[in-house]
Ligand binder design. Structure first.
Ligand code: FES
Length: 157
């Protein structure tokens, strides 16, 4: 099988490798770098990461599915991750999730047909004091309300 991951990926990993106790410890940064290239982790990419690290693809998948930051399905241009842990739930996170589901006609975990937006629930984002919180791609948004969320969503192109 030909390589799918770029030379840049391998250069980056080779540079990082001496800083880690062993190659298996490189798995999380490798998944992160692979996801940066594809926006998600297709099975063949996880297979290649496994081959690079020296572990079975099933182990790669197991680790990748444990962490919510890894996407096992393609995501839209905008990836909305609403925290639904305790503090955020107590301040209305579930309603925000339903609000987005209704607005875009998708369920949590799904992407709009035009691939513009993906909605996911997220574990604690460390912003419990300013709950409810969410991430939109790499940006944090806190103290959310349905109206505030609508304003953020309206600005998306
Ligand atoms: S519970 Fe939502 S940020 Fe901590």
């Amino acid at each position: 099988m030909g390589k799918i991951l770029s030379q840049k990926f391998y250069d980056r990993m080779n540079k990082l490798e001496p800083r880690y106790p062993d190659k298996v410890a490189l798995l999380l940064p490798a998944l992160h770098a692979a996801q940066e290239e594809f926006g998600w982790l297709p099975p063949e990419v996880m297979e290649e990461v496994g081959a690079f690290i020296g572990i079975h693809p099933a182990q790669v998948r197991e680790v990748a599915s444990f962490y919510t930051m890894y996407n096992l399905k393609p995501v839209g241009k905008y990836h909305l991750k609403i925290c639904t842990n305790v503090a955020c739930c107590l301040r209305g996170a579930d309603e925000l999730v339903h609000h987005v589901e209704k607005k875009y006609g998708i369920r949590c975990g799904e992407t709009t047909p035009d691939r513009k937006l993906t909605l996911n629930e997220e574990e604690c984002l460390g912003a419990c004091g300013t709950a409810p919180a969410m991430m939109l791609n790499d940006d944090y948004h806190e103290n959310l309300t349905a109206e505030g969320l609508d304003k953020i969503l309206e600005r998306l192109e």
